[in-house]
Write a protein that binds this ligand. Sequence first.
Ligand code: C5P
Length: 226
Amino acid sequence: MSPSSSVPILTIDGPSGSGKGTISRLVAEKLGWRLLDSGALYRAVGYAAGMEGLDLSDAEAVTRCAQTTKIRFQAATDGSDTRVLVNGHDATDELRTETAGAAASAIASIPSVRQALVEMQLGFRKAPGLVADGRDMGTVIFPDAPFKVFLTASAAERAKRRYKQLKEKGLSVTLATLQREIEARDARDASRTVAPLKPAADAVFIDTTGMGIDIVVAKVLAVAQS
Ligand code: C5P
């Protein structure tokens, strides 16, 4: 048994707009655990590949890009969002867009790209604990995690949440377009052959439709403290 395998992990998987990002951050703060935003890694690789002008379906070129792109998370000192540095450039704002989400979903279906990001993700498992947010945290990356949650919500509510989030960040989007884009992304994530979006057999399933953030946080904390 490696020393890191005794570090507790809470995995939070689910589709886009299910509230995973917000809930994972709040739960990690409450527990005093580290946070892995695995979606940001796929977004960063999609972004770097775009900057290099690569064809996102060119598995070999995108895999090389995933192997060489330097991704760093930098905690903000003023309490604002963690910054994501891609090859030294602060790409936080570019990574939030639905265009970046779609590019992430495209490259995330390439098995060798996923493989290139495994070690980095495993490296987040450090004491006192880890909250891991993504699509395959409980199924593929940390199958031995003692605490697993799968968050979801109705498609309409997920689109509304993402819409509000993006608007607050000053991005221009329409609800109808966003809902279409999110549904297309989730369909691709759920139907790919490698690490598809699906609940781990031992995950606690929470449908957050109509639920406030505080209630969801309490439910997820209850899983981690069970
Ligand atoms: O969670 P987020 O919306 O940032 O993820 C962006 C995309 O990255 C997802 O739509 C999915 O295709 C991919 N992803 C993944 N596996 C993860 C996290 C994200 O395939 N663990």
